[in-house]
Design a protein around this ligand. Sequence first.
Ligand code: LER
Ligand code: MN
Length: 271
Amino acid sequence: MIKSAITVSLVEEARGGPFVFWNGLADACEKAAALGFDAIEIFAPSPDAVDPDELNALLEKHNLKVAAVGTGAGMVKHGLCLTDPDPAKREEAKAFIRSIIDFGGPYGAPAIIGSMQGKWGGDLDLDGALALLREALDELGPYAAKHGVTLIYEPLNRYETNLIKTVADGVAFMKTLSTDNVKLLADLFHMNIEEANLADALRTGEGYIGHVHFVDSNRQATGLGHMDYAPIAAALKETNYDGYASAESFPIPDSETAAEKTIEAFNKYLK
Ligand code: LER
Ligand code: MN
């Protein structure tokens, strides 16, 4: 069964970014639960930004889970990425991601590697960058397994990375890893830019997709763009996807409306 989730950003530097809730965990949990979401996805500046006792109390009170935890603050706040040509910076990037894996692990929440993958350029060519990324995922995947969670790798659109942009390339890359504990994130916004056909791409990802960012073509909430969700839902169901569909969208016109539109589409297409 596909489960619903909604994002909350605790990263001030990311304001203006594609996250639905921005006013803290208590506010996000209360509103998510009121609409019937199963989980929240947390984008935190660092693991110590969240008090585990407070989070546990909120999850229990509202009967919510943590769907995933983002690592993007490593890039946004500290300029770190896994394909930095400087080995010391790569070690810092991995340490930051390990700290986020340790944060999410006790909640059963996988960490997402999106912008932390970086880009190739300068002295580093595509193959060189992919080799660095492979090395990092082969180290961090087994690290996540110690918590019994997967690690999630997110192909991004061409304006955010030049490494892996499609599900097919993501699957091919997953096959070159030594670990089988890394899964792909299918972000419908990125896919709308890069894929010829979203449903076909999701079918190509069968067995490899571990998380979905549920959003419309213009990165607004589902129903506020021109995405055709029926074939997308059919492909997810056909391929027995049973992870989260998590709202990663702009809070347009406001967080509450974005949340309502998301759960409406979730109930209509994915429930
Ligand atoms: C970035 O565009 C994105 O989609 C996030 O999920 C990754 O950090
Ligand atoms: Mn995403």
